[in-house]
Design a protein around this ligand. Structure first.
Ligand SMILES: C[S@@+](CC[C@H](N)C(=O)[O-])C[C@H]1O[C@@H](n2cnc3c(N)ncnc32)[C@H](O)[C@@H]1O
Length: 285
């Protein structure tokens, strides 16, 4: 009983980058990740021999919001869901405790150990949280974890295609009032453009079947729901919340104002934008 706090403490020490993913909050504010992930899964169902997928690994399964459709589209699949955030994983574990087709473990993609085990590896909205250096390692581990001719499919945000936006955010962060709060900030987000991903897939033993650049529509009912969603994942906000909590709300308001300038529109009260996405289907060579 008493070693549980120690396990949690240990998890926070070794997984600092994942500790901000909170399961309950994410589940309530990630309907866009859910619906656009589902579009991708339906597309995969139309392209892949779905019934042949028996062992499926989901990297960064989060709160499991893509699991119902994955189970439906891949009716013979047993799903191993890996998720490094204990908070996110606990949500999914409790939802699927009685489902013999789903097993959830707390594990980062950098720690995949399986060999020759899966017909398919899937991830949605995860790879941009993995550094460029670690992508090389992760793609190599994914390749080893796949059976011969296994399939690697993923969709993730191509952040650096948002024109100038990161410079703008940095500019807000550099303002005097946030400077101290962000002094030791290191963003956990990475930019993986098409060239990088093609090169990484090819050099880690994959044959690319399809690679798309597309834009996912993001429509929020109002400014408040956009703010709530940002608070789940915006790394600078999460950092300020810890270092100077009284500044956090002001930061979000400034961020949204900046964002709306050239990336978004407000229409009928709704906040509308698109996020650049890369999707690929690759097979093990
Ligand atoms: C935007 S959420 C997406 C969750 C889920 N795939 C979905 O579509 O709802 C990003 C997820 O990536 C996970 N993540 C971050 N770094 C990771 C890593 N190195 N390996 C695996 N998952 C990671 C986070 O813990 C979080 O659950």
């Amino acid at each position: 009983m008493f070693f549980r706090p120690l396990v949690i403490l240990f998890a926070f020490l070794v997984l600092p980058a994942f500790s901000f993913w909170s399961g309950v909050d994410y589940a309530q504010n990630a309907s866009l990740q859910k619906s656009t992930g589902e579009d991708f899964i339906k597309y995969l169902g139309s392209k892949i021999d779905a019934k042949a997928i028996k062992e499926l690994l989901v990297i960064g399964v989060g709160t499991g919001q893509n699991l119902p459709l994955l189970l439906e589209v891949f009716p013979n699949a047993v799903i191993q869901g890996d998720e490094p955030s204990q908070s996110m994983a606990s949500c999914t574990q409790s939802l699927y405790a009685d489902n013999p087709r789903v097993k959830i473990d707390v594990r980062a993609a950098q720690d995949i150990q399986a060999k020759d085990s899966y017909n398919m590896v899937f991830s949605s909205y995860v790879l941009h949280w993995i550094s460029r250096e670690d992508i090389t390692k992760v793609f190599s581990l994914v390749n080893s974890s796949l059976k011969p001719q296994g399939i690697f499919v993923s969709k993730f945000a191509n952040n650096n295609m948002i024109p100038d936006i990161y410079n703008r955010f940095a500019t807000i962060g550099a303002k005097q009032k946030y400077k101290a709060a962000l002094a030791d900030f290191v963003s956990p987000m990475s930019h993986h453009d098409l060239t990088f991903i093609v090169e990484q897939l090819t050099s880690n033993g994959f044959l690319i079947q399809e690679i798309h650049f597309r834009r996912d529509p993001y429509i929020f009912d109002d400014r408040d729901s956009f703010a709530r969603a940002l608070k789940q994942w915006l790394p600078r906000y999460i950092h300020i919340k810890k270092t100077a909590p009284d500044l956090a709300d002001a930061y979000i308001e400034e961020y949204i104002d900046e964002f709306l300038v050239d990336s978004m529109q407000e229409s009928g009260g709704k906040v509308i934008t698109t996020v650049p996405i890369i999707e690929f289907i690759a097979t093990k060579r």
